[in-house]
Design a protein around this ligand. Structure first.
Ligand SMILES: [Zn+2]
Length: 259
C-alpha cells in the first residue's frame, strides 16, 4: 500500500527539490521551529494570514497546495503499516521560544516510516489543536518532529482531550519556562514514549510545517487515539504562552488522507 501512502504531493515536492536543498530547508525549518527567527506570530500584523508576506522564504505559506494543519476528514481505508516508535532516549531540556514550549531530545529515539529511519529531534505543543479530526478541535496537540538522514521531515501528532490530569505532562509543566527564550534542563527518561497512547492507529497525509517557512513535503501521521489532559494543565500552558498558538486550518485540496 506504499504507492497510495506516499502521496502525489510529496512525490512532487521531493522531485522539485534537490536532496541538498531539501536538507538545507529542513535544517532551516528546525531552526525556525526552535524559534531563532521572531518576525512572525499568531497575532496582529504578523499573524498567520500575513506569514507569506513577511519574507520571501515564507512564500509557501501562501502558495503551497499541501499546507498544514488540516481538518482530517474523508479518508481512504488502506492497510497502513503499523508504527513502532522506539523513543528510547531521554529528554534534554525544555525551551520557551515564544511560539511554543519545546522539549528537545537526546539522540537515540527513532521511528521507521516506509522502511526509513527518522530520528526524533523534539516535541512541542499547540493549544488549541492545529489539526482537527472530523471537524473536532482538541484543547492541546503535541507534535513529535523527526528528521531522516536526508533532512526529510516526519511529524507524529498526538491529540489531548479534556479529562484526568496527565502525569507525563505534569513532569514537563513542572519545568515549563515562563520567560521568553528561557531554557530549563529536563532530564526525563522515556518521556516521549510514555506520552503516547497504547493504540498507535493513525491517519496519514502529506503536509507542511505549520510555522514559517511552511516547508512542504512533510509526512504527517496523526494518531487517532487521544490521551487526556486536565483543564488546569491546559490553562497552565495558555498562561505561559499568553495567546493561542495554532495556525488556522488550511485547504485539503487534492490531497488523499489514508487511515
Ligand atoms: Zn507544531
Amino acid at each position: 500500500m506504499k504507492i497510495i501512502t506516499s502521496s502525489i504531493s510529496t512525490a512532487l515536492v521531493v522531485a522539485l527539490l534537490s536532496t541538498a536543498s531539501m536538507a538545507e530547508e529542513a535544517t532551516h525549518a528546525t531552526a525556525i521551529e526552535a524559534g531563532h527567527e521572531k518576525h512572525w506570530s499568531y497575532e496582529g500584523d504578523t499573524a498567520p494570514a500575513k506569514w507569506a508576506e513577511l519574507s520571501e522564504k515564507n512564500k509557501m505559506c501562501g502558495l503551497g497546495k499541501t499546507q498544514s494543519p488540516i481538518n482530517v476528514t474523508t479518508t481512504l481505508d488502506v492497510d497502513l503499516e503499523a508504527i513502532k516508535p522506539a523513543y528510547t532516549s531521554a529528554s534534554k531540556d525544555v525551551v520557551n521560544n515564544g511560539h511554543t514550549i519545546q522539549v528537545n531530545m537526546d539522540k537515540g529515539s527513532t521511528i521507521d516510516i516506509d522502511g526509513v529511519s527518522f530520528s526524533l529531534k523534539q516535541f512541542h505543543f499547540h493549544s488549541p489543536s492545529e489539526n482537527h479530526i472530523d471537524g473536532k478541535s482538541f484543547p492541546l496537540e503535541a507534535h513529535f518532529v523527526h528528521l531522516d538522514a536526508d533532512g526529510n521531515i516526519a511529524v507524529v501528532a498526538l491529540m489531548f482531550e479534556e479529562g484526568k490530569a496527565n502525569e507525563s505532562i505534569a513532569k514537563i509543566w513542572k519545568k515549563m519556562p515562563k520567560e521568553l527564550h528561557q531554557d530549563n534542563e529536563l532530564k526525563l527518561a522515556n518521556i516521549a514514549a510514555e506520552l503516547l497512547p497504547k493504540n498507535r492507529d493513525y491517519y496519514r497525509f502529506a503536509g507542511s510545517l505549520t510555522t514559517p517557512p511552511c516547508t512542504e513535503g512533510v509526512k504527517w501521521l496523526v494518531l487517532k487515539t487521544p490521551v487526556t489532559i486536565s483543564k488546569e494543565q491546559v490553562a497552565q500552558f495558555s498562561a505561559v504562552m499568553h495567546h493561542p498558538n495554532n495556525r488556522p486550518i488550511q485547504p485539503t485540496d487534492a490531497r488523499v488522507i489514508v487511515k
